[in-house]
Design a binder for this molecule. Structure first.
Ligand SMILES: [Zn+2]
Length: 408
């Protein structure tokens, strides 16, 4: 595709600032990851105005979210506690910590109030950028906190930025009361993180029941097994009695490019039946090989079924505007590799997977390969042909139901 000189290139909004990077780097589960992510992206030249001939990047500092914005989903009680710096000291009330989930894997830390405001605000800033007619992709790698709940931190997530972003998108895509002729805008939330998107899926579960033409569909591809976080009945394969707009596709251990290539067909069929105008893509990268979670055996790219291949389909083959969010990913250099690669895809100039990591302050952390690729390992893929067939059958019914509901 060629863009004439007179026509301005579409914008990719990349939400980042020093303040956000510092706040996000304090997250106990992902110490310093944000710094690695944005520093690698810069050192690879992704922020240069001439990086791509087809799209241009706009670095956008996040607006810190106000109480009212956060309160559009989170409860006042949770926010009063989590936003009060006095509560970040170790001697704060234990009963409240338990009530709000601020213990175990979600400890309070100095800087948490700023973190919540900035990360919540960063994803909302990305949504605002999509209102610009020239902006068709917005990126917020510090967001994607898909386990956070209304009044409870969970699974390293303190702020429900995905849910807040979906609610904000809904507000600006809502047809005006007099606009009977305009079709209701639809948003598809697709979650590629290793873990089930319980916070987001629960927030919107069954909201489609009250609507003739549902506007939001959530779809999470993840690992599910007894004892694996997070336990939820919504994390299982859909049955005909379930809400067809709250979907899960659980995979077994060792899921590789081959398995993802195979199940991607289900994603495409759901996408075609729902035909969304906006895609919110949670790009958690804890399913990549080499992650300390060590469950999936996914590679970065560009082979069919790889993470990069899947995300490229969404960005470049699906119509509509896309919001890309981060998520899990506990090998920080690999998370930086993945999100730099995805950013280059979003910019329409995908980096070669063999690209050398440039010399920059964190260069030694990219040993021993010092290249962009996150290759698959030797783990056996336990997603058998029988199981993949079961998935196909479950989605045959779901796709038919969605198609019927959308034409009612
Ligand atoms: Zn995860």
């Amino acid at each position: 595709m060629s863009t004439s000189n007179s026509e301005p290139r579409p914008i990719v909004a990349y939400v980042a600032s020093l303040e956000l990077m510092k706040a996000s780097s304090l997250l106990p589960s992902n110490k310093n990851r944000s710094t690695l992510v944005h520093t690698l992206a810069r050192s690879l030249g992704l922020f240069a105005p001439d990086f791509s001939l087809t799209r241009t990047i706009a670095l956008v500092p996040p607006q810190s979210a106000g109480f009212a914005e956060l309160n559009s989903y989170h409860t006042k009680e949770y926010l009063d506690f989590v936003l009060d710096p006095k509560n970040m000291t170790t001697d704060s009330e234990d009963a409240s910590k338990t009530e709000f989930g601020l213990e175990d894997d979600c400890p309070m830390f100095e800087g948490l109030p700023d973190y919540v405001r900035l990360v919540g605000g960063a994803s909302l800033t990305a949504v605002k950028m999509l209102r610009n007619p020239r902006c068709d992709v917005a990126i917020c790698w510090d967001g994607g906190r898909h386990h956070a709940q209304k009044s409870h931190a969970s699974g390293f997530c303190y702020v429900a930025d995905c849910t807040l972003a979906l609610m904000a998108l809904r507000r600006f895509t809502e047809p005006s009361p007099s606009g009977e002729t305009s079709r209701k805008m639809r948003t598809m939330y697709l979650d590629l993180d290793l873990h089930f998107s319980d916070g987001v899926s629960h927030a919107f579960h069954k909201t489609s029941n009250t609507s003739n033409s549902p506007h939001l569909l959530t779809f999470s591809i993840h690992h599910a097994a007894p004892g694996f976080f997070p336990a939820s009945p919504l994390a299982n394969l859909p049955t005909p009695d379930d809400d067809p707009f709250s979907l899960s596709l659980p995979l077994k251990q060792g899921a590789s490019n081959r398995t993802f290539a195979r199940v991607w067909n289900c994603v495409e069929r759901v996408h075609a039946a729902f035909d969304p105008d906006f895609i919110v893509l949670q790009c958690g990268v804890d399913g990549l090989a080499g992650d300390p979670c060590a469950i999936f055996n996914w590679s970065l790219g560009p082979e069919e079924g790889s993470l990069g291949w899947c995300i490229n389909r969404v960005i470049n083959e699906w119509r509509g505007k896309k919001l890309l969010l981060g998520g899990g990913g506990y090998d920080s250099p690999n998370a930086a590799r993945a999100w730099a690669y995805v950013t280059s895809i979003a910019l329409g100039n995908p980096l070669s997977i063999d690209t050398q990591i440039p010399d920059h302050p964190y260069f030694p952390l990219y040993a021993p390969s010092f290249i962009l690729e996150v290759p698959a390992g030797n783990m056996q893929d336990q997603n058998s042909e029988d199981y993949l067939h079961t998935i196909d059958k479950a989605f045959d019914d779901v796709v038919a139901t969605i198609a019927r509901r959308m034409t009612e």
